[in-house]
Design a protein around this ligand. Structure first.
Ligand code: NAD
Length: 417
C-alpha cells in the first residue's frame, strides 16, 4: 500500500498545518520542508551462488538544528528516497516532541530480506554502511533498527564502521545487542512506549485499560511487544496480524504463545487455529476499543476510515493514517495518538543507549523503563495540553510542539554563513 501513497506529500501537508498555527516564516517553512542531505547509493553484493546483484540504498538527514541526526534503517522492497525523506522528517519532529537532543534521519535499502541468506544480508549491510559511512558518526548521524533490521544488523553496522575507524565506536548505532554496548530495555522500548501512550489516552477517554479490547496490526518488534505489554497490563488482545494476514478471537488471543510459537514461522501467526482468520483490511475494521497499527504506512485511508470501530487509535507504525483519514476519524470522534508521540519510546531509549555508550556507564533495566515512562507521560501531557489550548487534533498539537522547537533552534543558531 505504501508504494502507491505519497508519504512525503503527507509529511509536508502535516508540516504545512503546523506552520499555519505557528505563523511560521515562509523561508523557515521551506527550510523545514526539505531534507538537508540525501545520499543515494547503488552497490553490488556477491550472492552465495556467485552472482552479483546491485542494490539501491539511501540515507537521508532531515535537520540537525537540535543535535546529531537519528533514525532507523529499513530493509523493505517498497522503499524509495521520498518515503525515506518523509520518515527522516517525522524523526526530526519525534525527537523534538520527546525533547531529546537529536535531529531526524532515516536510511533504507530496497531489498526483500526473505529472499536472501543471513550471510548475504550481512554482506549487503557491510557494503551499504561502507557507502554511507562518510555521513554517519556518533556525533553526526546515528542509525537504529526499523522494519526488516534488528540488533544483529546493528552489530554489523557498528563493526563495519569501527573497522574503518580503527577503534570501536559503539555510539555510532543504537539498538545493538546488550553485550556490545546496547541498552537493557531497548528491544521492548517502542512497544512499551506505545502502551504508556495508550493507557494515558484511554484514561482521558474514560476507557478502562483493564479489559479494553485491543487490535494490533503488525507482529514484529513494535506490534508484538505492544500486544504483550497490553495483555500483561490487563487488556484483552482480540486481533493481531502480520504481513500474511490476521487472526481474531473476541475472547482474547494468547499473545505470549503467539510470540514464542508462531511469529517468524513461514505461515506466520495465521498458523494459530483457535481464532478466525481475517485479512489485514478486515482486521483494521474489527469491533474493538483500541487499535494499534504497528506495521507500515498508509493503512488507514479515506477508503476505510469510515469503517473503523475503535474509539482510540495509537500509531505504533510511522504514518499509518493518511491526512484524509485523519479528517474522517476526527469527525467520527476517534482519538488518534500520532506516531511522533506514540512510538517515540524507541528513540527515547536509543538516546539512553547513546548516552550510556558515550559515558561507558550502563544502567539497570528498571532505570531505563522508569525514565522512558516518565518522558512518555510528560510528552503525552504536553501534547494533550497543547491540543486543548489550540482546540485541534492530537497530531497537529504534537507537530506544533515539535516544529516549534526545531524552528526556534534554527532561528537561534541562525542561517550559516
Ligand atoms: P518489523 O520488521 O519488526 O515488523 C513489521 C511487522 O509488520 C511484521 O509483523 C510484518 O509481517 C508486518 N507487515 C509488513 N507488511 C505488512 C502489511 N502490508 N500489512 C500488515 N502487516 C505487515 O518492524 P518494526 O520495527 O516492528 O516496525 C513496525 C513499524 O513501527 C514501522 O512503521 C516502523 O517505522 C515503526 N517504528 C519502529 C520502531 C522500532 O524501534 N523498531 C520505532 C518507531 C517506529
Amino acid at each position: 500500500m505504501s508504494t502507491h501513497v505519497d508519504v512525503l506529500g503527507m509529511a509536508r501537508e502535516q508540516l504545512a498545518v503546523a506552520a499555519q498555527y505557528l505563523e511560521l516564516d515562509e523561508g523557515l517553512h521551506q527550510v523545514l520542508s526539505r531534507p538537508m542531505k540525501q545520499l543515494i547509493v547503488n552497490f553490488p553484493v556477491v550472492l552465495d551462488n556467485g552472482e552479483v546483484m546491485v542494490f539501491e540504498g539511501y540515507r537521508v538527514q532531515h535537520n540537525s538544528s537540535r543535535g546529531p541526526t537519528k533514525g532507523g534503517i529499513r530493509y523493505h522492497p517498497d522503499v524509495d528516497v521520498n518515503e525515506t525523506t518523509a520518515l527522516a522528517m517525522w524523526m526530526t519532529w519525534k525527537c523534538a516532541v520527546a525533547n531529546i537532543p537529536y535531529g531526524g534521519a532515516k536510511g533504507s535499502v530496497k531489498v526483500d530480506t526473505k529472499q536472501f541468506s543471513r550471510r548475504e544480508i550481512e554482506k549487503l549491510t557491510r557494503r551499504y554502511v561502507t557507502e554511507i559511512n562518510m555521513i554517519l558518526g556518533e556525533r553526526s548521524d546515528i542509525p537504529a533498527p526499523d522494519i526488516g533490521t534488528n540488533a544483529q544488523v546493528m552489530a554489523w553496522i557498528m563493526d563495519t564502521f569501527s573497522m574503518q575507524k580503527g577503534y570501536t565506536v559503539p555510539g555510532v548505532v543504537t539498538g545493538k545487542p546488550v553485550d556490545l554496548g546496547g541498552s537493557l530495555g531497548r528491544v521492548e522500548a517502542t512497544g512499551r512506549g506505545v502502551i504508556v501512550a495508550a493507557e494515558e489516552a484511554a484514561k482521558s477517554l474514560g476507557i478502562n485499560f483493564e479489559g479494553a479490547r485491543v487490535v494490533v496490526q503488525g507482529f514484529g518488534n513494535v506490534g508484538s511487544v505492544a500486544a504483550k505489554i497490553a495483555a500483561e497490563n490487563g487488556a484483552k488482545v482480540v486481533g493481531i496480524s502480520d504481513a500474511l494476514g490476521g487472526i481474531y478471537n473476541p475472547n482474547g488471543l494468547p499473545v505470549e504463545e503467539l510470540i514464542n510459537r508462531y511469529s517468524g514461522r513461514e505461515g506466520g501467526i495465521r498458523e494459530y487455529k483457535d481464532a478466525e482468520a481475517v485479512s489485514n483490511d478486515q482486521l483494521l475494521e474489527l469491533d474493538c476499543d483500541i487499535l494499534i497499527p504497528a506495521a507500515i504506512a498508509a493503512q488507514i485511508t479515506k477508503d476505510n476510515a469510515k469503517k473503523i470501530k475503535a474509539k482510540l487509535i495509537v500509531e505504533g507504525a510511522n504514518g499509518p493514517c493518511t491526512p484524509d483519514a485523519d479528517h474522517i476519524l476526527s469527525d467520527k470522534g476517534i482519538l488518534v495518538v500520532p506516531d511522533i508521540l506514540a512510538n517515540s519510546g524507541g528513540v527515547i531509549v536509543s538516546y539512553f543507549e547513546w548516552v550510556q555508550d558515550l559515558q561507558n556507564f550502563f544502567w539497570e533495566e528498571d532505570q531505563v523503563n522508569d525514565r522512558l515512562t516518565k518522558i512518555m507521560r510528560h510528552s503525552y501531557a504536553h501534547v494533550d495540553y497543547t491540543m486543548k489550548q489550540h482546540k485541534t487534533d492530537m497530531r497537529t498539537a504534537a507537530l506544533i510542539i515539535g516544529v516549534k522547537r526545531v524552528a526556534d533552534a534554527t532561528i537561534r543558531r541562525g542561517i550559516f554563513p
